[in-house]
Design a protein around this ligand. Structure first.
Ligand code: FES
Ligand code: FE2
Length: 435
C-alpha cells in the first residue's frame, strides 16, 4: 500500500508547494484515483446536442466504464451502463447511430431506446419470478445536465451538480450565453493519446507560464499574419482563480479575436460587420462588462477532475482518461453557437484544427512538453515537482495557483477528506479580512 500522506508539500509560510513525482508514475496511485477521485466526483459525459433527434445514440467510456446515451422516442436523453442485464454483453456496439431498439447480439434480448426490455426470445423458458419490468437497462447512480453539459457520477451520495460546480458554474454560463440559439457540439472529434500521466494535461491546460517559451512557433506565425507580437506577448497578467472543489480558471486577453465577438485581422475584413452585430446583441442582453468578459477575455477552465473547456477563438471541450500511469487518451470536441455559420464558423473550426488539434500549432508542443516530463521522471533521483510560483503574491495566469487548486483537491480526495479549501493562503487571508 502506498503512503499517500506527504505526497504534497503545501507550506504557505515559506511559499513552497511541491508534488511528489510518484503521483505521476505509480500504478497503485492510479488505482486509488479510480476509487477515490473518479468514483467520487461528477464526470463529464457529453453535450445534449450530440443526440439531437429521437433515437440518436452514442457510446463513450467514462473512467473506464462503457456507457452510452440515447435520446428516447419520448425526446428525453438517458444514460445507460453499456451492459446487457441478461449476462453482460455490450448492448451498444457502434460508436453512434439512430435506432428505436437495441438488440443484444448474444441472446437477442431487445430493449427500446428508453431502456425498457421489450423482447425476450422464448420467454416461457423463465419462471414466475422473472419480471421483465425489472430487467431494463441500468443507468449510472447519478446523471445530471447543466445547461446542456451532461455529467454522470458513480457516487450515489454525491452532492447535486450545481453545488459541485461551485464557481465553475459562472464560467460555464459565460460560455453558453455567447450563443443566441444555444450551443451545439460540432459533429466529429479529435482523438489522440499522450504518453504521460493524465494530471500533467490538467496542469498543462491551465498553465500560462509555458505559453511563450513552448509555443514560440505559433507566435511567430501570428506575427506574420499581422497581429502585433507585443500584443500577444503581453496578453497575460490577469488573475488566476481557484473556483472551489478543485475547479480553476486561467484567463488572458483574447488578442487573437473571437467569432464572439471581437474582430481581429485573422478573421478577414468581410467578417467585421457580423462580429460587430453579435457584440451589440451581447451588450444589449448582458451589459458592457459581461460582454467584455465573453468577447475580450479568453480562458482555460478546469471542471474538476478532467474536463477542460478552452474558451478562446474556438471553444474546445477536452476530456482525457488514464489508461496507465504513463498513458492517457484524449478526446476533444468543438462547441459552437447553433446559429453560427459561414466564415465565422470556418474560422472557429480552423482554429480548432490548426491550433488546438493534435497536428496543430499548440497541441504537438504541449504533448511534447508533458511527454518530456514523464520521460524525465525516469531519471529518478529528483523526487519533487515544484509548483510554488506566485504563492507569495496575488497570483496571475502565469503563476501556478490554478495548478495548486487542482492538486489540493486531488490530495483531499486521495486522503479521504472530501472537498477541501483549495485557495492559496494569500487569497484565503484576503477574503477573511473582507468578511
Ligand atoms: S447477454 Fe444479452 S441477451 Fe444474453
Ligand atoms: Fe500549451
Amino acid at each position: 500500500m502506498v503512503e499517500l500522506k506527504g505526497l504534497i508539500i503545501d507550506n504557505p509560510k515559506d511559499g513552497i508547494f511541491r508534488v511528489h513525482r510518484s503521483a505521476m508514475t505509480s500504478p497503485e496511485i492510479l488505482q486509488m484515483e479510480q476509487e477515490r477521485v473518479f468514483n467520487k466526483c461528477w464526470l463529464y459525459l457529453c453535450h445534449e446536442s450530440e443526440v439531437e433527434n429521437p433515437g440518436d445514440y452514442r457510446r463513450r467510456n467514462v473512467a473506464g466504464r462503457p456507457l452510452f446515451f440515447v435520446r428516447g422516442s419520448d425526446g428525453k436523453v438517458r444514460v445507460f451502463l453499456n451492459t446487457c442485464t441478461h449476462r453482460g454483453a455490450l448492448i451498444c456496439r457502434r460508436d453512434q447511430g439512430n435506432t428505436e431498439v437495441l438488440q443484444c447480439f448474444y441472446h437477442a434480448w431487445t430493449f427500446n431506446n428508453q431502456g425498457e426490455l421489450i423482447g425476450v426470445p422464448d420467454e416461457a423458458g423463465y419462471g414466475k419470478g422473472f419480471n421483465r419490468a425489472e430487467m431494463g437497462l441500468k443507468s449510472p447512480p447519478r446523471v445530471d445536465n447543466y445547461r446542456g453539459f451532461i455529467f454522470v457520477s458513480f457516487n450515489p451520495d454525491v452532492e447535486d451538480l450545481v453545488t459541485y460546480l461551485a464557481g465553475a458554474r459562472d464560467y460555464i454560463d459565460l460560455i453558453v450565453d455567447q450563443a443566441e440559439e444555444g450551443m451545439r457540439m460540432i459533429p466529429g472529434s479529435n482523438r489522440y493519446s499522450i504518453k504521460a500521466n493524465w494530471k500533467l494535461l490538467v496542469e498543462n491546460s491551465l498553465d500560462g507560464y509555458h505559453v511563450k517559451p513552448t509555443h514560440k512557433t505559433y507566435f511567430e506565425y501570428v506575427t506574420s499574419l499581422g497581429i502585433r507580437s507585443s500584443a500577444v506577448q503581453t496578453a497575460f497578467g490577469r488573475p488566476a482563480r481557484a473556483l472551489g472543489n478543485g475547479h480553476a480558471v486561467e484567463e488572458h486577453d483574447g488578442v487573437r479575436g473571437r467569432p464572439i465577438a471581437r474582430w481581429s485581422p485573422l478573421f478577414g475584413e468581410e467578417t467585421k460587420e457580423e462580429i460587430a452585430r453579435i457584440r451589440a446583441r451581447l451588450v444589449e442582453k448582458f451589459g458592457e462588462q459581461r460582454t467584455r468578459l465573453m468577447a475580450d477575455v479568453s480562458r482555460n477552465l478546469l471542471v474538476y477532475p478532467n474536463l477542460i473547456i478552452i474558451d478562446s477563438i474556438d471553444i474546445t471541450v477536452r476530456i482525457f482518461w488514464p489508461i496507465t500511469p504513463e498513458l492517457m487518451e484524449v478526446t476533444a470536441w468543438q462547441l459552437a453557437p447553433k446559429e453560427e455559420k459561414g466564415e465565422l464558423l470556418a474560422r472557429r473550426l480552423d482554429n480548432f484544427l490548426t491550433f488546438h488539434g493534435p497536428g496543430g500549432f499548440a497541441t504537438p508542443d504541449d504533448v511534447e512538453a508533458i511527454e518530456s516530463c514523464q520521460a524525465g521522471y525516469k531519471a529518478e533521483g529528483v523526487e519533487w515537482s515544484e509548483l510554488s510560483r506566485g504563492m507569495h503574491r496575488e497570483a496571475i495566469a502565469e503563476d501556478e495557483l490554478q495548478l495548486r487548486a487542482f492538486w489540493r483537491q486531488w490530495y483531499g480526495y486521495m486522503l479521504g477528506l472530501g472537498q477541501v479549501d483549495t485557495r492559496d493562503p494569500v487569497v484565503r487571508e484576503r477574503s477573511s479580512v473582507a468578511s
